[in-house]
Design a protein around this ligand. Structure first.
Ligand SMILES: *Cc1c(COP(=O)(O)O)cnc(C)c1O
Length: 391
C-alpha cells in the first residue's frame, strides 16, 4: 500500500524529544526559543513565534492585524476549513472569493472586487505549498490599506521570485505568515504552528497572547534572582508549544533541504510521466514561483469519474485524496450567505485528485502510482450524454 503522505521522522527526532524530557523543562522554554530563532533565520523573517498549531496562529494573526467583530475577511473557500474558523473566532465573517482559472490559488481580481469599507483583512493561502500571487495581492491591499495575513500552513520552503532572486515564504510579503507542523505537512512536530513577521509590535502581541496575556515569560521569572509578581494586561489564550515539539522541529528543519529536493525530484518524475497521459492534467508551476509540492494535485477530464478513479487506485494499493475542500459546501459554514458564485473552486474539489508524495517514496513507487492512475482512468470513463456536450 502506498499512503498519500508519510512524515520523515527518525532517531534524531526521538533523541531530541528524549533530551527535552530529561532536561526537566518541557513547555515553551529553551527549545522553543531555539526553534524560533532557527525558523526565523531559515525563512528570512525578523521574528518567529511558535504556537500550538496553525489554526491558533491564524487566530492570533488576524486578531493582531486588527480584524474586528462584524468585519469582513476576504479569503478562499477552496482551502482547509481552519481558515474560516479562525476568522469567525474573531467575530468576523469570511467573504469567499474564487480561485484562478489555472491552479488552485486565490484570484487577485476577485479580491479587488470583494473589497468593501467593512474589509478588515485579506487571508491569502499558499495552497498545497504553491505560492499565491503575492505581488498582485499586495498591490491591491496596499491601495486599499488592508492588512494581509498569509496562510502558509503548507508552504515551508516555497519561494517567490523578487527583483534580486528568490524569497522564501515566511519572510512576510503581508504583515504575518502562519505555518503548520501537522504530520500532513512537509515537516512536523506532531502538532505545532509558527507566526513569522518583521513587526516588533505584532511579535510582542503574539508572545503576550499565546500565554494567557501574561506579561512575563516563565523562563524570565524562573531565571530572576528577585521575586517577580506576574501581570496580565490583556486577555489571552493558551496557545503554547512544548519544548518536546520544538526539539523535534529543530531536527526537522535540518532535514528540510533533503525533503524539499526529494519532493521536487519525485514531482518532476510525475510531471514527465503525466505530460502525455490522456484524461489528466499535471499541475504547473509558474516561472515566478517554486512550490514545495506539499501535495501533488492532478486535474481530471470531465468524463473521468473522481470517486470511481479513487476507488480503483485504492483497490490497486494506492491511496489518493480528492481535491481541496470547499468550506462553503460544508454544513458548518452554510450559514454564511455567499456573495459570489465559486464555480472554479467547486470544479477543483470535484475534478482533481491528490497523488501520494513523500520523501521516502522511490522512483519505482512513483511509477507504480502512474501505472495505477492510467489503469484507473481507463476504468473510470463515463459516457457524457450527447445533450451535455457543447458543440
Ligand atoms: C493544515 C492547514 C491549516 C491548519 O493547520 P493546523 O496546524 O492543523 O491547525 C490551515 N490552513 C491550511 C491551508 C492548511 O492546509
Amino acid at each position: 500500500m502506498i499512503p498519500i503522505a508519510k512524515p520523515l521522522l527518525g532517531e534524531a527526532e526521538a533523541e531530541a524529544a528524549k533530551a527535552a524530557i530529561l532536561s526537566g523543562w518541557v513547555s515553551q522554554g529553551p527549545e522553543v526559543a531555539a526553534f524560533e530563532a532557527e525558523f526565523a533565520a531559515y525563512v528570512g523573517a525578523r521574528y518567529a513565534c511558535a504556537v500550538s498549531n496553525c489554526t491558533t496562529a491564524l487566530h492570533l494573526a488576524l486578531e493582531a492585524v486588527g480584524v474586528w467583530p462584524g468585519s469582513e475577511v476576504i479569503t478562499v473557500s477552496h482551502s482547509f476549513i481552519a481558515g474560516a474558523n479562525a476568522i469567525r473566532q474573531c467575530g468576523a465573517l469570511p467573504v469567499f472569493v474564487d480561485i484562478e482559472a489555472d491552479g488552485y490559488n486565490i484570484d487577485p481580481a476577485a479580491v479587488r472586487a470583494a473589497l468593501t469599507p467593512q474589509t478588515s483583512a485579506i487571508l491569502a493561502v499558499h495552497q498545497m505549498g504553491m505560492p499565491c500571487d503575492m505581488k498582485a495581492i499586495m498591490e491591491i491591499a496596499g491601495r486599499a490599506r488592508v492588512p494581509v495575513v498569509e496562510d502558509a500552513a503548507c508552504a515551508i520552503g516555497a519561494e517567490i521570485a523578487v527583483h534580486d532572486g528568490w524569497r522564501r515564504i515566511g519572510r512576510p510579503f503581508g504583515k504575518v505568515a502562519c505555518f503548520s507542523f501537522h504530520p500532513r505537512k512537509v515537516i512536523t512536530t506532531g502538532e505545532g504552528g509558527m507566526l513569522t513577521t518583521d513587526s516588533t509590535t505584532l511579535d510582542a502581541a503574539f508572545r503576550l497572547k499565546r500565554q494567557h496575556g501574561m506579561a512575563v515569560s516563565d523562563v524570565a521569572r524562573h531565571a530572576s534572582r528577585a521575586v517577580v509578581f506576574e501581570e496580565y494586561p490583556v486577555r489571552g489564550y493558551n496557545y503554547r508549544m512544548t519544548d518536546i515539539q520544538a526539539a523535534m522541529g529543530r531536527e526537522q528543519l535540518k532535514r528540510l533541504p533533503f525533503i524539499l529536493s526529494r519532493r521536487r525530484e519525485l514531482a518532476a518524475r510525475y510531471g514527465a510521466a503525466l505530460a502525455g497521459m490522456p484524461g489528466v492534467r499535471p499541475p504547473a508551476e509558474p516561472d515566478w514561483a517554486r512550490t514545495n509540492w506539499q501535495s501533488y494535485p492532478v486535474r481530471l477530464d470531465h468524463d473521468v469519474d473522481q470517486r470511481a478513479l479513487m476507488q480503483h487506485m485504492l483497490d490497486a494499493g494506492v491511496a489518493t485524496r480528492r481535491g481541496i475542500m470547499c468550506m462553503h459546501l460544508e454544513l458548518a459554514q452554510t450559514d454564511i450567505a455567499l456573495r459570489y458564485p465559486l464555480p472554479r473552486s467547486e470544479a477543483a474539489r470535484d475534478g482533481s485528485v491528490l497523488l501520494p508524495l513523500f520523501a521516502q517514496m522511490t522512483e519505482a513507487d512513483v511509477d507504480t502510482v502512474v501505472g495505477a492512475l492510467a489503469a484507473a482512468i481507463a476504468a473510470s470513463r463515463v459516457r457524457v450524454p450527447a445533450r451535455f456536450v457543447s458543440t
